[in-house]
Write a protein that binds this ligand. Structure first.
Ligand SMILES: Cc1cc2nc3c(=O)[nH]c(=O)nc-3n(C[C@H](O)[C@H](O)[C@H](O)COP(=O)(O)OP(=O)(O)OC[C@H]3O[C@@H](n4cnc5c(N)ncnc54)[C@H](O)[C@@H]3O)c2cc1C
Length: 304
């Protein structure tokens, strides 16, 4: 093993991967595909970047990207690859592992080197526990967004690399912004999350007012988006939603089932408002208020 190779199309996530890679080895290789800004940013954070410029290679074609990364791996002779565990990173992880004959772990929340083993922590049993797992032989590990801080300044380099891409399967014709809600609750420092304790949809405006006053975003439990359809699925926290790490999470009328809490337990401060003094969320929250959320929202909006 000589160093660690990292790859993500998103600059913020790629910088987080460099920090994660340094837990394993000081030598960090990175790949940028048709993106000079990304190559420069990763080099400025200390990575030795292979910049691939090839109009036939599109990042949406994960099969072709896996073939390109294999060619980089052949050059640097490492068998550890870190990817971001976002939607595209997870798809690539499986394909790349198959191409290079590696084992694969996704949704990894932390890594720890124990002798020759790279131990990976992942949520298990629906988030009720954390499993520590490792891979024998070549490894493809996808790290969950925001598990690590972005790498700071370093002294890296950029080297052009030509790769051979045979018969690309996907041709991108056009890029269009998503028509639906495009909020990114994972990036928010303050989240005002609402659950089924909210009495009716019209009251959502009070929640939105409060979030705006606090400079945060509105998020929700799953039933509010999938059953009631009061908010978009982009705002769901939890196992089937987003894993968030805000400075403050204000949880309103949310019972605290494990499928929800797995997405918010890394918040710095959790304040829960619930009428039920025995709500499960109270066992996790830093601050508990046993009260009707509608009264609390009204008063907070008046005071702020
Ligand atoms: C495979 C699977 C995946 C899932 N994934 C997710 C997921 O990603 N995210 C998720 O959220 N859920 C998920 N769920 C659903 C999850 O199990 C819970 O059903 C859900 O989180 C409950 O949402 P809730 O807390 O809003 O509602 P409830 O459990 O109904 O809780 C409502 C809470 O509001 C309180 N309340 C009522 N009135 C008031 C009031 N006036 N003021 C204050 N408090 C009040 C009640 O005391 C109660 O605690 C998943 C389930 C499964 C099976």
């Amino acid at each position: 093993m000589a160093g660690v190779l990292v790859y993500s199309t998103k600059q913020g996530l790629a910088l987080e991967l460099i920090s994660a890679a340094r837990k394993i080895d000081e030598t960090v290789w990175a790949v940028s595909i048709n993106d000079d800004n990304l190559a420069q940013a990763l080099a400025a954070a200390g990575a030795r970047v292979f910049k691939i410029s090839n109009p036939d290679l599109t990042v949406a074609d994960t099969g072709a990207v896996a073939a390109a990364i294999k060619q980089v791996l052949d050059k640097v002779n490492t068998d550890v690859v870190l990817l971001s565990s976002d939607r595209r990173g997870k798809e690539l992880a499986g394909r790349l592992a198959q191409v290079i004959g590696a084992g694969c772990l996704t949704d990894v929340t932390a890594i720890n080197v124990e002798g020759s083993k790279i131990e990976c922590q992942r949520n298990a049993l629906g988030g009720a526990t954390i499993a520590t797992q490792y891979i024998e032989g070549p490894k493809v590990i996808a790290i969950r967004p925001r598990a690590y801080e972005a790498a700071g300044a370093g002294n890296g380099s950029v080297e052009e690399l030509a790769v051979e891409i045979k018969g690309a399967a996907i041709k991108v014709i056009d890029f269009k912004p998503k028509a639906a809600d495009t909020v990114n609750i994972e990036a928010a420092e303050i989240l005002v999350a609402v659950g089924q304790g909210l009495s009716d949809e019209a009251k959502l405006t009070d929640i939105q007012d409060l979030a705006a006053r606090l400079g945060g975003e509105v998020a929700c439990s799953k039933p509010l988006a999938t059953d009631k359809k009061w908010l978009s699925e982009e705002r769901i926290i939890g196992l089937s939603g987003k894993k968030c790490k805000p400075q403050l999470a204000l949880l309103l009328g949310i019972s605290g089932q494990v499928q929800f809490t797995v997405g918010i337990r890394d918040a710095r401060v959790i304040a829960a408002i619930n009428t039920d003094e025995n709500a499960a969320i109270n066992y996790m929250a830093d601050y508990i208020m046993q009260a009707d959320l509608h009264d609390v929202i009204k008063e907070l909006n008046e005071k702020l």
